[in-house]
Design a protein around this ligand. Structure first.
Ligand SMILES: Cc1cc2nc3c(=O)[nH]c(=O)nc-3n(C[C@H](O)[C@H](O)[C@H](O)COP(=O)(O)OP(=O)(O)OC[C@H]3O[C@@H](n4cnc5c(N)ncnc54)[C@H](O)[C@@H]3O)c2cc1C
Length: 469
């Protein structure tokens, strides 16, 4: 890769990086443009973990929680102790739950992207990711509990929108790679045209000259340094790693690293009598989206230990089933919630570790209280009894970061004084340097972020293509 002068180099192969790569390859086809991607991690899994038949819920969790697979941010930071990074080809999309709702217009309407464009890019993202609400359709447990919710104060409750390929295999065309991950983006890109990919290649510095990108410095695990020549870099390293790389490269816009947001995240376990349910349960997946008066989203899943139906696992006959509740609350975007470099600690590549300042505001705390009360109402509406586990209250607030929905540290806006990138994802003041990952989201809403990140990443790729015409 050192011998090539790239048109575009992408850093990171997770949700944002995969989306950009796919779109560039799709639109450019076999033209002469040179595209490269560098990924800090190695090839870990060739597909989403749920597509591997031996990964049942229990083994999945054990695998994901292994510290060699998912790593805390910098030092384990008490203020954001739940957060985890996955350094691997595909990033965290190898493990994500794939729940993919759109953000409500009440949220995106405040962003510097028109409603028409959001709609267009949401549709493109949903199509390539196979987002569907049909996953739980026909599951008697979902339909019965949906009916109870709709009749008891939650008319917006609906089946989960999930990124799963439900097409049946026919004429030899195989659709067994059900759960979507960024590896699907890489495959779709590869089928359009060649591109260069380096794994175990850690980007450590973006080089610029007179406000323009000139190249990217990358290091191998042996700490050999490489200079890759390019005029355009797209950073997709995540909400933590992208500002880290920018700050280490001396690119210090006022907002870089600031406005860190996540979702406040509450959980509960409920019990439901088997006798009330039909013989064939199916799988349970319900989403209650945020509304004007409820700045939070609920997800209900089960029955049993894990969200997804495991074809190799038998569901035992038992009188009571457990179901699980999650609530994601909107968190304000505040300047003081911040990712910054710790000058005293460096990683093995000589890059300073990350530190985080994070707290919930008064308003965030009020959302958590309201959401907790409402979760109790949701449980009552479906006839579930919430239970305590290990001496904890029935509804628990998880540590910040455990939602894995962090965003905002390079947020998008029209004003360089409170945003890091412009409406197309380009860093203010550095021509040719773009960001396409969760960090660009201007605000959180309560919806899971990845579909929106992918939609915006595709839009950024289209903008780069227009610039190069
Ligand atoms: C268990 C779990 C369940 C989840 N469920 C959902 C869900 O249901 N719905 C939802 O919307 N979201 C969900 N998420 C969150 C989702 O995975 C993230 O929102 C999404 O992956 C973020 O994309 P990203 O591109 O910002 O970062 P990532 O996907 O984390 O990708 C970042 C990539 O950049 C690479 N990288 C970082 N730094 C460098 C560097 N310096 N040089 C080279 N490469 C680098 C990393 O190795 C990684 O591959 C879940 C996450 C987890 C862990």
């Amino acid at each position: 890769m050192e011998q090539t002068d790239y048109d575009v180099l992408i850093v990171g192969s997770g949700a944002g990086g995969g989306a950009v790569l796919w779109r560039l390859c799709e639109r450019w086809g076999r033209n002469g443009r040179r595209i490269g991607m560098v990924e800090a991690g190695d090839l870990l899994l060739p597909t989403h973990a749920h597509n591997i038949p031996t990964m049942n819920g229990r083994r999945f969790l054990r695998y994901f929680q292994n510290p060699k697979i998912s790593k805390p941010i910098g030092r384990i930071l008490p203020q954001f102790s739940g957060a985890k990074q996955v350094f691997a080809l595909g990033g965290r999309t190898l493990f994500w739950t794939a729940v993919s709702p759109r953000m409500p217009v009440s949220e995106t309407g405040k962003w510097p992207v028109t409603g028409k464009e959001m709609k267009l890019y949401y549709s493109i993202a949903e199509q390539i990711m196979n987002v569907t609400s049909a996953y739980t359709k026909g599951s008697s447990i979902t339909q019965l509990l949906l009916q109870r919710l709709r009749e008891n104060g939650f008319p917006e409750a609906d089946d989960y929108p999930v990124a799963v390929d439900l097409q049946t295999t026919k004429y030899g065309e195989i659709h067994s790679n059900v759960f979507f991950s960024s590896i699907n983006f890489l495959a779709a890109a590869l089928n359009r045209r060649p591109f260069d990919l380096a794994v175990m290649a850690r980007a450590v510095r973006v080089h610029t000259e007179r406000g323009k990108v000139t190249g990217l410095q990358v290091m191998s695990p042996e700490k050999k340094s490489y200079f890759l020549k390019t005029r355009r870099v797209i950073l997709s390293g995540s909400t933590f790693e992208t500002p880290r790389l920018l700050l280490h490269s001396g690119i210090q816009g006022r907002s870089v690293g600031h406005y860190l947001a996540n979702h406040s995240f509450i959980i509960a376990t409920g019990q439901i009598s088997r006798r009330e349910l039909p013989e064939v349960l199916g799988t349970l997946g319900i989403l209650i989206p945020q509304t004007e008066v409820r700045p939070y989203q609920f997800q209900i899943y089960g029955p049993g230990t894990y969200l997804w139906y495991q074809p190799y696992e038998e569901k035992p006959l038992q009188d009571v089933w457990q179901i699980f509740f999650q609530g994601f609350g909107k968190v304000e975007s505040r300047f003081e919630n911040q990712v910054f470099l710790d000058p005293r600690r460096q990683d093995e590549y000589g890059v300073p570790e990350i530190q985080v300042n994070f707290s919930y505001s008064e308003k965030d705390q009020a959302v958590i209280r309201q959401m907790t009360k409402d979760m109790q109402r949701v449980a009552s509406a479906i006839g579930a009894r919430l239970i305590s586990k290990e001496g904890q209250p029935p509804i628990c607030l998880n540590p910040p970061g455990l939602d894995f929905h962090e965003s905002g540290t390079c947020r998008m806006g029209d004003d360089g004084s409170n945003a890091a990138v412009n409406r197309y994802g380009e860093i203010f003041g550095v021509s040719g340097l773009y960001v396409a990952d969760n960090s660009v989201l201007p605000s959180t809403g309560a919806a899971n972020p990845t579909l929106t990140t992918i939609a915006l990443a595709i839009r950024t790729a289209d903008y780069v293509i227009r610039q190069l015409k």
